[in-house]
Design a protein around this ligand. Structure first.
Ligand SMILES: Cc1cc2nc3c(=O)[nH]c(=O)nc-3n(C[C@H](O)[C@H](O)[C@H](O)COP(=O)(O)O)c2cc1C
Length: 328
């Protein structure tokens, strides 16, 4: 409580000192306008929709739901999340646990009723499953579908769909035929050439590219001599992956220029990290691991203030002016 009061006092002093309250942080992702470029990444804060509403109200531009598939999935055995405190990171093997799209439709009522800008993350194990989910949700008033391409392709023996440019193009074009709602292809970093996969997604009709999902990783407990996760292998997120995410966004922006909106995600824990992603070429950013704390609201407000302070110090009047600044 003491530290919260200290935070409130600091935040007020910060706003007054820099006269930041009226600065606009409006962001654009293609044709979509968001009140700011800060988005909640998929899978964090789970499918508790009142929590998503809370973090939106604290100042996010939009929220992205946990990835939703055709049927309910309980995910992988516990423990499925393990914190790596020394590197401000997390390894997880949650494994796309979700209620399936028909239950999900009813669950997100609270977001729709309260007009919370919502992006729905979707996945499937093959093209038909992706289409089934999008078909089942496309009448909802949502901003976009984020297409999670990190799902294992059961038809190809478990390789990730997102590592195969042919599958990526086919899935995105099948979804494009099904819906007019914007599609954001979320790419896995576990590939040798991310530009080839991004090209395939754009050729298929994706409106934006989201980079990156978690990196393949593992942690072994040297006392038990066993992997710490029930599923043994997992994905790394948090501060440790930020330079990798920034590098991918930089490469994607260099490749596409301003034509294709890029949403940066991976390891954002400070306002400075958001600015770094924008300078690399992102038009918006997603935050996951860092918001999985008891009071994410404070962090969101702090991120906003840091961006405004930076804009004032560097005489930027819009987020669009910052995007791609590291390429000039
Ligand atoms: C516990 C956990 C669950 C996740 N679930 C999903 C998911 O359902 N769909 C998805 O596309 N990404 C999922 N992710 C990946 C995040 O959306 C994000 O891409 C990744 O964690 C990197 O961002 P961060 O470092 O800010 O967490 C999950 C990450 C974590 C840590």
């Amino acid at each position: 409580m003491k530290s919260y009061i200290k935070y409130l006092k600091f935040s007020k002093a910060f706003q007054v000192t820099f006269n930041l309250s009226n600065m606009s942080l409006e962001a654009r992702v293609g044709t979509l306008k968001l009140r700011n470029p800060l988005l909640l990444a998929s899978g964090i804060l789970g499918t508790t929709y009142s929590t998503l509403q809370r973090v939106y109200e604290a100042g996010l531009g939009a929220v992205i739901t946990k990835s939703i598939g055709p049927r309910s999935r309980s995910g992988n055995p516990n423990p499925s999340v393990f914190a790596l405190k020394d590197i401000k990171s997390v390894i997880n093997s949650v494994g796309l646990a979700n209620p399936g799209y028909s239950v999900f439709r009813e669950d997100i009522g609270i977001l729709i009723e309260n007009k919370i800008p919502t992006i729905v993350s979707v996945f499937g194990e093959n093209q038909e499953e992706y289409v089934e989910v999008v078909k089942g949700l496309q009448d909802l008033p949502i901003l976009a579908f984020e297409v999670n391409l990190s799902c294992p392709n059961t038809e190809k023996g478990g390789t990730q769909i997102g590592t195969d440019p042919v599958a990526v193009k086919e899935i995105i074009s099948a979804l494009r035929k099904e819906t007019e709602i914007p599609l954001w292809a979320k790419l896995t970093p576990n590939v040798s050439d991310i530009l080839e996969i991004a090209d395939a997604a754009i050729k298929g009709g994706s409106d934006a590219i989201v980079a990156i999902n978690t990196l393949k990783a593992m942690v072994i407990d040297i006392q038990t001599k066993m992997p710490v996760l029930g599923f043994k292998r997992g994905g790394l997120s948090g501060a440790a992956i930020k330079p990798i995410g920034v590098r991918y966004v930089y490469d994607l922006y260099e490749h596409f220029g301003e034509k294709i909106p890029i949403i940066g995600v991976g390891g954002i824990t400070r306002g400075e990290d958001i600015i770094e992603y924008l300078l690399a070429g992102a038009t918006a950013v997603e935050m996951g691991t860092s918001l999985g704390v008891a009071y994410p609201e404070n962090m969101i407000r702090f991120f906003q203030m840091k961006i405004k302070k930076y804009m004032k110090e560097h005489a930027y009047t819009s987020i669009q002016e910052i995007t791609g600044g590291a390429h000039k």
